[in-house]
Design a protein around this ligand. Sequence first.
Ligand code: PLP
Length: 383
Amino acid sequence: KEMISSRIERVEESATIKSSKRAKNMIASGVDVINFTLGEPDFDTPRNITDATYRAMLAGETHYSAVAGIPELRSAIADKLRSENGIPTASENVMVTPGAKLAIFESMMTLIEDGDEVLLFDPAWVSYDACVKMAGGKTVWIETDSEKNYFSKKDLLEYITDKTKMIVINTPCNPTGAVYDKNQLKEIADLAIDHDFLVMSDEMYEKIIYDKKNYSIASFDNMHERTITINGFSKAYAMTGWRLGYMDAPQHIFKSLEKIQSHTISNVTTFVQYGGVEALTGPQDELHKMQAAFKERRGVLIEGLRKLGLKCPMPDGAFYAYPDVSEFGSGEEITDRLLEEAHVAVSPGIAFGESGKNNIRISYAASVEKIQEALVRMEKVFG
Ligand code: PLP
């Protein structure tokens, strides 16, 4: 008998986790590796958030809570989405989830039917395609152009069929750092309305954005009813291990999303949700310090990579550089050589889609000193 379900057989191990495992193994065996594979801020969670959570635990907030989240957090999220993102929403549309990742999984499982097509811009963060496959759908990859914020090279209309159920957008983008402008989002919104499909808008990196503005597609006319907005606390507030995220969805979808969460996790760890309330409603100075640090690191890294002769667009958001290394080898070859010869761990671009074969992804969630040291080490490969 086949033991593993075909649903899971269809999915491969995350290639970014694979490269971070290799780096960690080398570190464990005593090699001094600078690890740029991770998608997580290197800062501590701000103390006011930890304190608020601790107070909630001491106050006895250690029991089950409502499936969609505690009312205080749902309401703080809805206020944020209305005031910062211009999304016409209310607490009843907000579901608190254990990380944005589960929000993505739950939405795909709820909305994608066998054979449905889901449009993804290539390259894309690794888990969208895996979630589409687990839900029984088919990913349709959109070829992108780095000169256009990694937006579609061809007319987007060419990818739409009567099976198109959803398009996923991720802006600022992991791995490219690209940020879509208002016109690009408007083009997607118009197509979604004209051809009656849904939009998943993953805005995880909205707080890590440099000189551009983040636009939420759910704030556009008639888009809230067909958009699931995904966001969370991991990247903005350095809370990756807390597993706290959320989604905003229109009422006609919300009840179904609630069903899946009620039969799986029941609710996000109750006291953790109080940390989320503090993150959104408490002082934001730590966030501002982290934003300034990311900006400084971006400058040092991109300038250094360009001096080494790499083609590297300036990322507008997130904390990844995505240089083209084709003059030196394929993305996979360079990833191996950087690890073995320079002891610098990065991820191969191919992990994010076919288009990434000439790229590597470097996460600059590391100190300026480490970035400078890594640039010196990289001369072994690019010198
Ligand atoms: N979306 C994007 C684009 C990400 O890069 C990540 C994490 O790497 C997530 C979602 C998941 O974040 P969370 O920690 O909230 O599950």
